[in-house]
Design a binder for this molecule. Sequence first.
Ligand code: ADP
Ligand code: MG
Length: 470
Amino acid sequence: MSANQVWKNCLKFIRENVPADVYDAWFKPIKPVSLEGQVLTIEVPSNLYYEWLETHFLDLLRAALVKNIGPQARLKYLVRMTNKPQSDHTHLAYPGRTTPQVDTRNYRSHTRKEIKSPFVVPGVEKIRIDSQLNPNYTFDNFIEGPNNRLAVSAGKSIAKFLGNTSFNPLFIYGGVGLGKTHLANAIGLEVKRLHPDKNVLYVSTEKFTQQYTSAVVNNTRDDFIHFYQMIDVLIVDDVQFLAGKTGVQKVFFQIFNHLHQNKKQLIFTSDKAPVDMRDVEIRLLSRFKWGLAAELKSPDFATRQKIIRSKLLHDGVEMPEEVIDYIARHVRSNIREIEGVLTSMIAQSAFNHKPLNLELAREVIGNFVQQRKPVYTCDMIQKIVAEYFNLRVEDLQSKSRRREIVQARQISMYLSKKFTDSSLDQIGSRIGKRNHATVIYALKTVKNLMDVDKRFRQVVQELENTLTGM
Ligand code: ADP
Ligand code: MG
C-alpha cells in the first residue's frame, strides 16, 4: 500500500471520531509523505500543528495507524513552513528553512517523569538522579534583554565556573510570567551540558513540601535530608511558598547549610525580593542574601518584539511585521501573556481560517489583556506640552530658537523617550524633524536642569502626572 492510500484510510477513521471543524482544521491540511515499512511520514504545516496533534490527538492517531498499518506502526512528522497569503510583503528570515524530522518516540521521552526513588541512601558509587529539568526551557530560546541581563549572565557564569562563583545562592525574583522558571531550568540544563557528571535537581517548593510531609509521616526524614544533601546543583522554584511553614523551613535551612558549606550551587526563584518576603525565618532570609539577588523585570518593547519573533520561529508561523509590532506594543506586562496571545491567534487562524492580521490581533488582545494604560505617542505628548506652555504644536515643530519653545521641545523629547517606545531617531523626526544627536542633547539638558532647578523639575513632574493620569 502507498502512503496516500494508508493515510486516506486513517483519515476515514479519524473523521468518524472527531467533530467536523476539528477534522478540517487539524487533519485535512496534513499531507502523507512516505511509507517505509511500518513508518508513516506525514507533513504538517508548522511545529504548532505537530505539538497540538501530539498533545490532543495522540491516542486517536495511534489507533488509526495501528488499525491500518499494524501493531508496530510508527509516525514521523515533517514540519514544513507555510507561506500565509497575507504575509507576502513581510517575511521573517528563517535561517536555513529546515524540515526537521520529529520522531514521536523521542518527543514522548521528553515528558517529565516523577523522581523514581527520591530517598535513595547514597552507596559507594555516586548515584544518578533524574534532574526533573524541562528540556524545552533552554538558554537558546531565552531572549536576553535589559530586563534580565544580570540574571542571565550570572546564570551562565554559574554553569561555566561551577562552584567557583560568588553567586551562591543565586536568587532570581520577579513577577509572574517573567521567566523565572525558564531561566532557572536553563541554568540547570547548561550545568548538565558542561558538567555531565554533576547531579542537578529541579524541584518546586510545593513538591519539596509534599516530599517533606510524607517523609515525616513515614518516618524517613533523615533519608529525605540525605537525598537532598547529595545534590550538586539544587534549584528550588517559587520559594515564596515556604512562607509560614516552619517545619519545612527548618529542613530547608539544614539542607541549605550543608550544600553551601560543601560549595554546592543553590538556585532559588521567588516572586518577591528577599527583603519583601514575609513569614520566613530571619536566618533563612539572611542566607538568601548571601549570594546574588537578581531581578527579572518586564521586557521593554524591543525585547518583546524579539520574544514574539522567536516564538513564531519556533512554531513555524509567519506574521507581518506590523502585527508583531502591534502585539509588542499592547501586551506589555509579561511574557506568558504574549505567548497566550500568540497561541490564541494561531489557533483562531487555523480553526476559523482567519489571516494573522491586525484585526485578529486586536480581537484576541481585547479578550486577553486588560488594557490599563493608554499607549502614549510623540504627538500626544507634544500636544500636552504645547498646551501647558500655551504654545501651538506647530511652534514645537518649527525651527524657532526662542528659548521657551526650545525648552518645550526638549521636554517633549524627554517625555517621549520616557513614555513611548520610540527610538531617538523616531522621536527626532516626529518632533520638528531633528536628528538623533539633537534628541540626545535634549535629554541631557532636561536631566541636568531637573537636577539643579527645582521649579523646572516641578514643571516636568506636573506634565508627567498629566500623562500618567490619562
Ligand atoms: P515565571 O516562572 O516567572 O512565572 P516562566 O519562566 O514560567 O515565568 O515564563 C513564562 C513563559 O514565558 C514561559 O513559557 C517561558 O518560556 C516564556 N519566557 C519567559 N521569559 C522569556 C524570555 N526571556 N525569552 C523567551 N521566552 C520567555
Ligand atoms: Mg514559575
